[in-house]
Design a protein around this ligand. Sequence first.
Ligand code: PEP
Length: 249
Amino acid sequence: MRRKLIAGNWKMNGSVSANASLLAEISAGGVDVAKADVLVCPPFPYLTQALDKVQGTAIAVGAQDCSVHDAGAYTSEVSAGMLRDVGCTYVILGHSERRSYHAESDQIVAAKTLQSLRAGLTPIVCVGETLEQRESGATDAVVGAQLKAVLEKLDSAEIAKIVVAYEPVWAIGTGKTATPEMAQEVHAFLRQVIASFNPEAAATVKILYGGSMKPDNAAELLRQTDIDGGLIGGAALKANDFLAIIAAV
Ligand code: PEP
């Protein structure tokens, strides 16, 4: 039985005061630890604030990216080791906004995945197709290639430690959600891809769905056999919505 993970990707949103209120409301909402693991991923400057605020709760804190390098003359970059050092436990990698606005290739995502695993972080590796790719029937080929590029760089033990997030690009921030059946189909395919590298890990690796997940569609998505949680953007910025999604598990 895979435990569900509900992860909030705050993207480039927040302020010291807004984060304090949001985290206070989420903590006060009595996150049901029996139901799911809960994670928030604020922008870099607010990671330590979030870590401080969630102390004593079951909420974990992660980052939205890390460097491919360990340390050194890489102005503006943040290493996986630094994230672990301050107390983060997860890092989102290969989000479609990184892939499209920062030209992140599958190879870069694979290198970042290795860096994060070596630092002791759990990487959330994002894959997803564009609308054009879906309409041309290329979904499996696209997400399969994105995932394989990462898996082939990992050993069996490392594969067992990752989380995958299926985020159809056309559903991110658009209000359009994949139907539960559409999402389940891709999740089952991604699980097969993992099985082709490590059959045991395929049974345990979590595959999250992301793309306009909201309180009113979360329950049905989370009920699918191969959907092990959600990576949530917009709805993670509203405490009530985020708590409702956790409650929908
Ligand atoms: C995301 O950015 O990871 C995401 C899923 O965003 P939204 O929930 O706003 O579609």
